[in-house]
Design a protein around this ligand. Structure first.
Ligand SMILES: NC(=O)c1ccc[n+]([C@@H]2O[C@H](COP(=O)([O-])OP(=O)(O)OC[C@H]3O[C@@H](n4cnc5c(N)ncnc54)[C@H](O)[C@@H]3O)[C@@H](O)[C@H]2O)c1
Length: 275
């Protein structure tokens, strides 16, 4: 690609599991746009082996870490700075997991140990990442940190379960930390609220097929794909978005502003006729 929006930028990408992962697409696009970065995921994810293909393609070192472990995160940041001989410019948090969802526990029958794990993995890990980075002074001035969120943070969607609470917290952390990190180091922190996307984590959501179809039909521009999310992430990592911080930005083809579409109204009226 001709333009090199991330030329000279260095970063860390957390959460690429396989070629369907949103983080995978972001890594590919960031690399195309001139970025250098390290990749991180859990040792379990590494055993699947697919991440090695991405690492080879993007000439990136993989640094294993459980994002709930502060010492693991410290290692990721220190090793990355060692590799690049200095601070990073961007960090992607693309991590989510709910044992309650995995085990089919409904929202009114949550296992509280699982619930705390959901919050730790999917939200508190973002705070840990930011706190570690700030204490180590690991991010350059005007650096950009992004996490991936979902509209269930604001609106109730059947089956999203305790991940909705995690996403609300994730977005709140982006604002609270964004204020401090912005004020002190000009580091920007945002979340992208992405359309439902068929990935390993996405497929765990109850009724995913129907949800993807519904949001696609309700959105004037249709669902945003993982590749489109990657394009947008590159812009948010780049200097073209220097004054954007503490925001949750919907990347969803317009879905979040819709209540009733022509298609949905027509369908609804048809079903009424059938009764
Ligand atoms: N797929 C969707 O519909 C959708 C929509 C909006 C937002 N998101 C968010 O996008 C992000 C990425 O998910 P995805 O859809 O690409 O699925 P994915 O399954 O490819 O990615 C989830 C990643 O989280 C990692 N992870 C889990 N526990 C971890 C831990 N303790 N430490 C470090 N990493 C851990 C997994 O190994 C995996 O790489 C998540 O935050 C997800 O909630 C997804």
């Amino acid at each position: 690609m001709a333009c090199q929006l991330l030329q000279g930028k260095r970063g860390i990408i957390f959460g690429a599991l396989d070629s369907k992962s949103i983080a995978w697409k972001i890594a590919e696009r960031a690399y195309e746009q001139g970025a250098q970065f390290t990749l991180s995921n859990t040792s379990v994810a590494m055993r699947f082996g697919e991440i090695n293909l991405l690492a080879e393609k993007c000439k990136a070192e993989i640094i294993p870490a459980d994002a709930t472990s502060v010492s693991d995160l410290e290692h990721v940041f220190s090793r990355t700075m060692e590799i690049f001989g200095g601070k990073v410019d961007f960090v992607l948090h693309s991590i989510g997991m709910s044992m309650n969802v995995r085990k089919g526990r409904e929202y009114d029958d949550l296992d509280y140990n699982y619930f705390l794990k959901t919050i730790d993995v999917s939200a508190v890990s973002f705070h840990k990442m930011l706190q570690v980075a700030k204490k180590m002074d690991a991010i350059n001035d005007w650096g950009s940190v992004l996490a991936l969120s979902y509209i269930a943070a604001q609106r109730t969607l059947v089956g999203y379960n305790d991940m909705a609470d995690a996403k609300s917290m994730l977005e709140s952390i982006a604002r609270s930390f964004g204020y401090i990190y912005g004020r002190e180091k000009n580091v920007r922190i945002n979340t992208i609220s992405q359309s439902p996307t068929r990935t390993t984590a996405g497929s765990a959501i109850k009724g995913m097929d129907g949800l993807v179809d519904f949001t696609d039909r309700m959105s004037p521009l249709g669902n945003a794909t993982a590749e489109e999310c990657a394009d947008f992430s590159v812009v948010l990592f780049s200097d073209l978005s220097r004054k954007v911080t503490m925001q949750n930005i919907y990347h969803d083809g317009g879905f979040s502003s819709m209540a009733m579409s022509l298609k949905a109204m027509t369908q609804y009226n048809k079903s009424l006729d059938e009764e």
